[in-house]
Write a protein that binds this ligand. Sequence first.
Ligand SMILES: NC(=O)c1ccc[n+]([C@@H]2O[C@H](COP(=O)([O-])OP(=O)(O)OC[C@H]3O[C@@H](n4cnc5c(N)ncnc54)[C@H](O)[C@@H]3O)[C@@H](O)[C@H]2O)c1
Length: 260
Amino acid sequence: MALQQGKHAGRLERKVALVTGGASGIGAATARQMLAQGASVALADLQTELGNKLVAELGERARFYTHDVTREADWKRLIASVEADFGGIDVVMNGAGISVPGPIDEVSYEDWQTTMRVNSDGVFLGCKYGVEALRRQGGGSIINISSSLGIRGGAIFAAYCASKGAVRMLTKSVALRCAEEGYEIRCNSIHPGAIDTPMMDAYVGEAPNREAGLAEFGALHPMGRVGRPEEIASVAVFLASDEASYITGAEIPVDGGFCA
Ligand SMILES: NC(=O)c1ccc[n+]([C@@H]2O[C@H](COP(=O)([O-])OP(=O)(O)OC[C@H]3O[C@@H](n4cnc5c(N)ncnc54)[C@H](O)[C@@H]3O)[C@@H](O)[C@H]2O)c1
């Protein structure tokens, strides 16, 4: 039986959003803001325990699905389950991603392949099956989380930069196809600068050194600080909403001026 929509006035009322990478960081922050704006949210992630804990806190308009974005069979199963549980899908946010550092003369081919599998193939599958699902719904919005490193190069991020650049251009191709065919589906990419999420742990360590590490990353950004996951989530909410009805194929840096 389809989940009931609660009475909730908001910018995403009556919309159902599927968010990959939903158990942590930017995905979790986006799920919270989407719920606050009246949407129902399907969170998908590899981290089952964390995801289940989060939806227990978020309430009845949120559900968690264990899902690996690199597996096509998982996508088919996920979309079918979300459609059965919620009655359809209006928004797909492809947020799952990994960051494996390594300059070209040091990074292994294996790390390159793993990075491309998750960050590029995962978003490709999310767009492919997302477009199918959104067409069944009569339209919708796809939001792909790329990176400022999908626009600007970074010497120690050979695989990550390439994988995020692929997301940037895939987004435009999806947007153009949907526009030309009149699918009523918009597709845009968000390009975060360094954001204070668990992804940064590998670079900045744990407390008490974490703050100093974050400050070093922050100094690379013209605004002099790293971003908060909520600052990405609010742009995702906008792109998911009808307020963004004429925006497609756009790349939106949310990076304190890093790409400016
Ligand atoms: N934090 C940053 O500084 C930053 C900057 C630019 C872009 N991004 C991008 O933002 C997105 C979200 O990252 P975050 O910062 O919230 O990090 P995070 O590590 O907190 O969240 C990423 C989530 O993706 C999930 N995930 C990883 N591989 C997966 C797979 N194969 N299948 C399903 N789920 C998988 C992880 O379990 C995790 O919950 C990523 O695409 C990341 O590349 C982050």
